[in-house]
Design a protein around this ligand. Sequence first.
Ligand code: HPA
Length: 271
Amino acid sequence: MTATAEQAAAYLEPLIGGPVDLAVVLGTGLGGFAEAVVDPVVIPYADIPGFPHGNVSGHAGRLVVGRLDSRRVAVLQGRAHYYETGDPAVMRTPIETLRRIGVSTLVLTNAAGSLTRDIQPGQLCIIADHINMSGTNPLIGDREDGRFVPMNDAYSQRLRKRLKRAAATAGVRVHEGIYCWMSGPSFETPAEIKMVRMLGADLVGMSTVPETILARRFGIDVLAVSIVTNYGAGLEVQAPSHTETKEVAATAGIALRRLLLSFVKGLDDVS
Ligand code: HPA
């Protein structure tokens, strides 16, 4: 447990007016989701001890706390990636801070490449499990026994079921698949894509896995959803590009926003 997260929580507590139980990390294309938050308190990461800022790619870099439906939520508009700093634990303080302000459920969103024809660009995919191909881990250097985190139900089956129910209610199509974390920032080679397909991955991306590991470290349940923006390198003639990722994510982000609002509404249902 770090002193910085304690300081961050102490800074936030008087501003946010009470505990929060659900947090959402917004990936590429989903920035607008924060607009759905009612009575928002907006706090720039730059003001919060230990929060990464200055180079939070494609995003505002701010925490938005308020209500969605009847639930108190914290929305993280922007995440830092391993490839920005070389530090796989760059999101450790934000995630530990969420735990300290009451968060028990974390929803992670991202943009990802598809490794299978069945999952097409523009569609959404729930992450059922992951493969960490980065060669690193955000808990390296953590000295406590809590670092030996079981990863069996890393992507909570209970929350995935609820999301599928919410998808049916909202009329949004969702796939489910295995996400492979590559460090980036270069995209994969066709040979690497072939390799991770053979290993059993359905999606590839440069985020989410370290945050999931950190969330499990702090006892937070995780749900993760990818916006599929492109096919992995070599699966189609066109090379993946950041522009394509941003454009497709913006469109599919509208469906994901609907899905998440339906998910939050359904959270109070029993079972
Ligand atoms: N590879 C890695 N990360 C990504 C991709 C990809 O093809 N698309 C969006 N994020």
